[in-house]
Design a protein around this ligand. Structure first.
Ligand code: CA2
Length: 150
């Protein structure tokens, strides 16, 4: 089971600013936390980050034929990128939307996600655990492709 975890704009700054919202742990800590968790669960997580919308779309396209599930924190693109919505729909791979913070408790513009309709579900407000809970879901529900061993 191979899962791509895609992080969007500014998430590389996690732990450096706004610790009250995003916590004290760094982006490197987040990567290690996700990779370790997936490995212990018998899966492979490939964690990527980009500040560019086009690159995020390229990562989603790359998953076609190479990944069994996607976890995506599209950052602020969540709230307005129809292009990311369309890319998730196009690849038709089970995709879980995640957020570190509870977007519904924050500014009004963060309450709406335009990518949610393309995803199987949304997990938010649970810090880094949002990612591992999404991985748990994919492990229980995504179907591994034939050409992979686990
Ligand atoms: O809560 C989340 O995970 C978000 O996706 C994070 C995005 C934000 O635009 C979404 O509304 C919710 C922003 C990530 C910014 O990360 C920073 C981390 C530290 C300092 C500044 C920004």
């Amino acid at each position: 089971m191979k899962i791509m975890v895609i992080n969007g704009p500014n998430l590389n700054l996690t732990g450096m600013r706004e610790p009250d919202i995003y916590g004290n742990q760094t982006y490197a800590d987040l990567e290690a936390y996700i990779e370790d968790y997936a490995e212990k669960a018998g899966a492979e997580a490939v964690v990527v980050q980009s500040n560019s919308e086009g690159e995020i779309i390229d990562y989603i396209h790359y998953c076609l034929g190479s990944c069994d599930g996607i976890v995506i924190n599209a950052g602020a693109y969540t709230h307005y990128s129809y292009a990311i919505h369309d890319a998730i729909k196009a690849v038709d791979i089970p995709t879980v939307e995640v957020h570190i913070s509870n977007i519904h408790k924050r500014e009004e513009f963060r309450h709406h996600s335009v990518i949610s309709p393309a995803c199987v579900g949304q997990i938010c407000g649970l810090g880094f655990m949002s990612y591992t809970l999404a991985i748990d879901y994919l492990l229980a529900n995504a179907i591994p492709s034939d050409d992979e061993n686990n």
